[in-house]
Design a protein around this ligand. Structure first.
Ligand SMILES: N[C@@H](CCC(=O)N[C@@H](CS)C(=O)NCC(=O)O)C(=O)O
Length: 224
């Protein structure tokens, strides 16, 4: 199998860390999204959406990080995506929550427009309003993540065992590190991230991401 990815990409990191932890044999094919390789014809032929990650398994091709994680977990028979209907439904629920709520406002609202020139808005006024909206909405989602989805008792999002939702959610929640967010007012989130960062696949998967975050230190960001 082959994964089109970039080590800084949020949605790639979700899949990469799971693959690393589970020891799934996947060849990594980097797509330089920081230089616009996703908009060039060779990659558009792979994914007309110009986005990573993309998984290839023989002639089977799959986009969407959530779908890729579920496919890989099922293919590997991983305990991180149990077959029980209700357990699985709760994992799907929280993954949908991250993908549609937190990612939209934290990633595409607050963080990405401040970091990536092609996502900066066309006027200063629109840009500032986008970032302000993203910040306010992200604060609400992070509070929900802290108080409801994780809460004071759970070690992982869906109970006491790691699931694919945790790999997915970790990738999205760590986006804030790129603009040096301080999540200390969300202690359950910090505790859960600390737990995830102790997993075997974290250091290798996040190495380039951590370096990228270090390179933005000292820049003036609107952040939490
Ligand atoms: N819904 C997609 C979103 C993928 C996505 O946002 N990918 C980003 C990297 S994290 C990307 O490829 N961005 C390219 C661009 O913005 O030009 C998924 O979950 O896979």
């Amino acid at each position: 199998m082959k994964l089109y990815m970039h080590p800084v990409s949020t949605t790639s990191r979700a899949v990469m860390m799971f693959v690393a932890d589970e020891g799934i044999a996947v060849e990594m094919q980097a797509v330089d999204i920081l230089k616009g390789e996703q908009y060039q014809p060779p990659f558009i032929a792979v994914n007309p959406n110009s986005m990573i990650p993309v998984l290839e398994d023989g002639d089977f091709r799959l986009t969407e990080s959530s779908a890729i994680l579920k496919y890989l977990a099922d293919k590997a028979g991983s305990a991180a995506y149990p077959k029980d209907l209700k357990q699985r439904a709760k994992i799907n629920e929280v993954m949908d929550w991250f993908n549609s709520n937190l990612y939209r406002d934290f990633g595409y609202g607050l963080v990405y427009p401040q970091l990536f020139p092609h996502l900066k808005r066309s006027s200063d006024e629109v840009h500032a309003a986008t970032v302000k909206w993203g910040k306010e909405k992200s604060e609400g989602w992070l509070k929900a993540l802290n108080d409801y989805w994780i809460g004071p008792k759970r070690n992982y999002l869906c109970g006491d065992r790691v699931t694919i939702a945790d790999y997915f959610g970790t990738a999205f929640t760590t986006i804030g590190e790129l603009i040096h967010c301080d999540l200390s007012r969300y202690p359950n989130v910090v505790r859960w991230l600390d737990t995830m960062k102790k997993r075997p696949g974290y250091a290798k998967t996040y190495e380039v991401f951590i370096g990228f975050a270090a390179s933005t230190q000292g820049q003036a960001f609107q952040h939490i």
